[in-house]
Design a protein around this ligand. Structure first.
Ligand code: ZN
Length: 157
């Protein structure tokens, strides 16, 4: 059995996120709000050898689905990510997140850079953005129109 095979050993139900850029898996756990109090099994493989990517990360979440917003958040961090949905030990669905993105708007993930933006006060306003360009990334806040550049976005991820 190869190392790779052992790292992706089977889970009964849940989600596998593969082809994450090397070292970015912990950022993905953070945006998925998976912290020390999380109650299900999470397996994280960092710096796995990959033919197409050199090195990559893999995250396996048992008993956890991903919402559309979460998929988008992952895609911002890991543009090449491939998701497998595991149902009763079998892959019931496998897709590249990039192929599922139908809207260029997303919420959460980033904090608006504008200190006087409504999303930075204690109002019940979840930050929402328009992705203006993917590479290099350019994002505009839907509340205050502040445009954020990739170099600043990367500092938040
Ligand atoms: Zn804003």
């Amino acid at each position: 059995m190869t190392d790779k095979k052992m790292l992706v050993s089977k889970i009964d139900n849940g989600t596998v996120i593969d082809k994450i850029g090397a070292g970015m898996s912990l950022t993905i756990l953070r945006v998925l709000n998976i912290r020390e109090d999380y109650s299900d099994t999470v397996a994280v493989a960092i710096m796995v050898s990959s033919e197409s990517m050199g090195k990559k990360d893999i995250v396996k979440l048992t008993h956890r689905d991903l919402s559309e917003d979460e998929l988008k958040a992952i895609w911002l961090i890991a543009p090449d990510a491939v998701v497998s949905v595991i149902d009763n030990y079998k892959v019931s669905e496998k897709f590249k997140i990039a192929g599922k993105i139908t809207s260029n708007q997303f919420s959460g993930v980033l904090k608006c850079e504008n200190p006087s933006c409504a999303t930075n006060f204690n109002e019940p306003v979840k930050p929402r953005y328009t992705l203006m360009r993917r590479d290099p990334m350019l994002v505009r806040c839907l509340y205050c129109d502040r445009v954020m550049l990739e170099e600043n976005i990367k500092e938040q991820l």
